[in-house]
Ligand binder design. Structure first.
Ligand code: IPD
Length: 266
């Protein structure tokens, strides 16, 4: 078994266990632990508990690897492998009782950002949707639903216009610019979705449910697993230079659509 496949299988096992814990905590009721960059930017007790579980499982299986997690920061390891973890991506959906949230776990090497690392494996587990998306570098992407595993491929054509998704950061100062970006992209869109979890947006692009996705200001843990899942589904993910607020633009879709969106948002 290759290292990539081994890491994907471990990420899958941990993401399913972590997702079950998050799902159970959701049913018991959500407690907001902290507000981060703004009133809208929340952390639940479950985010913290789930990240601790993921860190424990990684440490038990691969004690030499490093971990970069949304809630706990970076713990460096002595191996070349860094795990990039969002325990609950789509925290606001999770807190509000909406199903689009996921546990996102990736194993990367060579850096701590999308432009610097090579992703080896990635899994997005969306417990409330009953779906597990997984990829290993060079092995393709799959989704598992109700025990059935299917290969993923991005949508190649969108004759009715591209079905796109985007997101808006938590900083109110950036909203006007993000709305302007949507206005610029609208001419090629069939419609636009705001799903509320970057990892799920990326998984949907890989599955061809969405044609494309663009958002400014994503963090490494939002994109690590989902970007590999898109690339391994024959799609492309590109980053554009940061805006005045320091937010990098991430664009995903087929290579042609990524070019089109990049030309419109610049
Ligand atoms: C957020 C979600 C959201 C995106 C934000 C992310 P979080 O992650 O992915 O869709 O618009 O930029 O920060 O905070 O729920 O883990």
């Amino acid at each position: 078994m290759s290292l990539e496949t081994e890491l994907r299988d471990l990420a899958r096992e941990i993401a399913i266990e972590a997702g079950a814990l998050a799902h159970r905590r959701r049913r018991e009721g959500v407690t907001i632990a902290e507000r981060k960059s703004s009133l809208a930017d929340i952390v639940t007790e479950a985010d913290r508990e789930v990240e601790l579980l993921v860190r424990e499982r990684i440490a038990a299986a691969r004690p030499d690897d490093g971990v970069l997690g949304e809630e706990g920061g970076t713990e460096r390891g002595s191996s070349d492998v860094l795990w990039v973890v969002d325990p609950i991506d789509g925290t606001v959906n999770y807190a509000q009782g909406m199903p689009s949230w996921g546990v996102s776990i990736a194993a990367v090497t060579g850096g701590e950002s999308l432009s610097a690392w090579t992703a080896l494996a990635g899994v997005v587990r969306a417990p409330a949707l009953g779906e597990t998306y997984a990829a290993a570098r060079g092995e393709g992407s799959v989704v598992e639903v109700d025990g059935t595993t299917s290969r993923l491929a991005v949508a190649a054509e969108h004759p009715a216009g591209a079905l796109l998704a985007t997101g808006f950061g938590y900083d109110p100062r950036t909203h006007a610019g993000d709305i302007e970006t949507v206005r610029r992209v609208m001419p090629i869109a069939r419609d636009v979705r705001r799903i509320g979890a970057a990892s799920v947006d990326l998984a949907y692009v890989a599955a061809g449910r969405l044609d494309g996705y663009f958002e400014r200001g994503l963090k490494p843990w939002d994109v690590a697993a989902g970007a590999l899942i898109v690339e391994e589904a024959a799609g492309a993910v590109r980053e554009l230079p940061a805006d005045a607020f320091g937010r990098i633009m991430t664009i995903a879709g087929s290579a042609g659509l990524v070019d089109e969106i990049a030309g419109l948002v610049l």
